[in-house]
Design a protein around this ligand. Structure first.
Ligand SMILES: Cc1cc2nc3c(=O)[nH]c(=O)nc-3n(C[C@H](O)[C@H](O)[C@H](O)COP(=O)(O)OP(=O)(O)OC[C@H]3O[C@@H](n4cnc5c(N)ncnc54)[C@H](O)[C@@H]3O)c2cc1C
Length: 344
């Protein structure tokens, strides 16, 4: 890869474009501006913050935190341009022409799929889409009985958000045991306190439309009112302001230990249960086809086949913890500073 090897034509103070104003892009911007580099931060959303602003539930990460962070960045001299989407309203070639270096920190937006039948039925969402919706004026309808699949912060956030928005029940299905939960202990406790339940060593194997999937909800006076006879929902009940698409039958396999020690065998108990909504929260990965569409080949160190174009954060390594994105943003800033200085 040649991203870090060629000396750019310009001299300091150089201008650097950062695409993606999430934790990785912001930490790179902070680091670069401190070293006297002019930074423009682009994002497809109207405001900066990335998942912290558009992914985490607002009760956990209020917008005011991202607003404060945005104000600090502006004070430091970082220019922010929102509603600028790379590949659509913003082109890589234009950035390469206008800036001495370009950093792509567009996150890991591709939700992992379960790979089971029924995953595309109405009422089945991927967690980032559901959580994104919850931070807008038009949250996606979820409930009254919600099944969340996954064991990380995203799964727990999806369950608490559904309960917060009015669901009666949220069951989190975890394919490992309790010790295998990746979510933070205080988030798990918060979810339990809010009424979420966990079922361990369990996976969904099939999702089918429930008996009442057609026309289960009707709209009345702007509010959603469940039609009489909808399974699990009392007739005429107002369920927040959300219209629930229907009901789903989910087949769940739960692994159990059977027999008497020392002869134990693993068995699987299979049950079919009814839910209104299924939220899939089993991770996100890098948008490889997006990077390919930009003509980019990315090396493990964040350099690319295009001189002066670098990659950081979730775009480089997929979904990980916040701290890793922040540290990687700093790493990328140092890499770019070295590139701007040219070979020793
Ligand atoms: C629901 C949820 C809860 C989480 N909770 C925790 C937690 O409690 N603790 C923890 O450590 N980690 C947590 N994480 C993980 C953490 O948030 C991520 O690791 C971190 O946000 C990654 O930062 P990033 O900057 O790489 O990407 P992102 O935060 O995804 O930011 C990427 C930015 O790029 C923008 N973008 C994308 N495509 C384009 C484009 N084409 N053009 C322009 N802009 C674009 C996006 O709008 C976004 O602003 C959580 C993740 C989720 C989804």
């Amino acid at each position: 890869m040649s991203g870090g090897t060629r000396r750019p034509l310009g001299r300091k103070p150089a201008r650097v474009a950062i695409v993606g104003a999430g934790p990785a892009g912001i930490s790179a911007a902070r680091e670069l501006i401190k070293s006297g580099v002019a930074v423009t931060l682009f994002d497809k959303e109207t405001a900066s913050g990335g998942l912290k602003r558009y992914g985490y539930p607002s009760f956990r990460m209020p917008s005011s935190i991202s607003e404060r962070e945005a104000a600090q960045l502006a004070e430091q001299g970082v220019e922010f341009k929102g509603e600028a989407e790379l590949g659509r309203t913003l082109q890589l070639a234009d950035l390469e022409r206008g800036y001495a270096a370009v950093l792509l920190a567009t996150g890991a937006p591709v939700p992992s799929r379960l790979g089971i039948a029924g995953e595309d039925l109405p009422g089945v969402y991927d967690a980032p889409r559901y959580l994104y919706g919850s931070r807008t004026e038009r949250p996606l309808p979820a409930g009254p009985r919600v099944l969340v699949v996954g064991g990380g912060d995203t799964a727990v956030d999806a369950a608490t958000t559904a309960l917060f928005l009015g669901a009666d029940e949220a069951l989190i299905l975890v394919r490992r045991g309790e010790e295998g939960l990746a979510a933070q202990p205080h988030e798990i406790k918060y979810a339990r306190d809010k009424g979420a339940a966990f079922r361990f060593w369990s996976v969904p194997t099939k999702i089918e439309p429930g008996a009442t999937a057609d026309g289960a909800a009707v709209m009345a006076d702007g509010a959603a009112v469940m039609a009489a006879g909808t399974a699990g929902v009392p007739a005429g009940r107002t369920y927040g302001s959300l219209e629930v698409p229907g009901s789903l039958e989910v087949t769940i396999a739960t692994t159990q230990l059977a027999g008497e020690p020392p002869v134990l065998a693993m068995t699987s108990q299979v049950s079919t249960e009814r839910f209104d909504t299924v939220i899939v929260a089993i991770g996100q990965s890098r948008h490889l086809t997006f990077l390919q569409s930009l003509g980019l080949e990315v090396a493990d160190d964040g350099t690319t086949n295009r001189p002066g174009v670098f990659v950081a954060g979730g775009t480089l390594y997929g979904s990980q913890r916040l701290a890793k994105a922040i540290i990687d943003g700093r790493r990328a800033a140092q890499q770019i500073a070295g590139y701007l200085d040219g070979p020793a």
